[in-house]
Ligand binder design. Structure first.
Ligand code: DC
Length: 225
């Protein structure tokens, strides 16, 4: 049986994960948040006190660990690090820059590639990340590049952090978003860019429900489901 895959890429804070999760629930696809994989490695490197920019030290530090992506009874994606559930910890703001730094290393990307492809071979998936349409699933049935202005993304991220009980000043969040965009777009290995055959969805002027409708419309048009 041929499974459908939907690749959603874009910069941080564009609303990829919230939108993709809802769209997957509507369509009965498996939602795969690939940023969580890089966050799990970033978290481990942070905890180990290793310099995330040193590829050989990072690769040494991850050579003996077990990273697993599972789905809980709640239907949500959980990340296990050596069997321990780290789904909450990997969302700490400190982990974001570590995740971004370790994700620049080709060895880290290679380490996580097969896990992502295996999920797409065995399920209908909506997978979000930075290189899903360009590298992980170049033959995806639907490719979407989801974006919004940095200011809009920073505003949304501030709200999310506030709701999580870890508020941060707008200027700091905006600066971090711009720094992470720069790092993710200008690295040599699998940089964030729009795949040539990806549809662009800019949500700057759209609220959540409008963005969701636009996303579902694109997916349904391309898959006729
Ligand atoms: O989507 P996120 O913000 O949780 O991702 C955290 C970091 O992981 C992000 O700064 C870049 C990296 N990443 C990546 O390089 N490739 C992916 N497919 C997903 C995330």
């Amino acid at each position: 049986m041929k499974y459908i895959s939907v690749a959603i890429d874009g910069p941080s804070g564009a609303g990829k994960s919230t939108l993709a999760r809802r769209a997957a629930a509507e369509l009965n696809y498996l939602y795969v948040d690939t940023g969580a994989l890089y966050r799990t490695i970033g978290y481990h490197i942070w905890k180990s006190g290793v310099d995330p920019k040193e590829e050989s030290a990072v690769l040494r530090a991850i050579s003996g660990i077990r990273v697993e992506l599972t789905y809980g009874a709640d239907g949500l994606q959980h990340m296990l690090l050596d069997g321990r559930d780290v789904t909450g910890e990997i969302r700490l703001p400190e982990v974001s820059m570590y995740a971004s730094a370790v994700s620049a290393h080709p060895g880290v990307r290679a380490y996580l590639l097969e896990m992502q492809r295996r999920l797409a071979r065995t399920h209908d998936v909506i997978m979000d990340g930075r290189d899903i349409g360009t590298v992980v699933l170049p033959d995806a049935d639907v490719k979407i590049y989801l974006t919004a202005s940095p200011q809009t993304r920073a505003r949304r991220r501030c709200l999310e952090l506030e709701q999580r009980g870890t508020p941060q000043p707008f200027e700091k969040v905006l600066e971090e978003i711009c720094r992470r965009d720069d790092q993710d777009m200008h690295r040599a290995a699998a940089p964030l860019r729009r795949a040539e055959d990806a549809a662009v969805l800019d949500t700057t002027e759209l609220d959540f429900e409008q963005s969701l409708r636009a996303l579902l419309k694109t997916i349904r048009e391309k898959t006729r489901r």
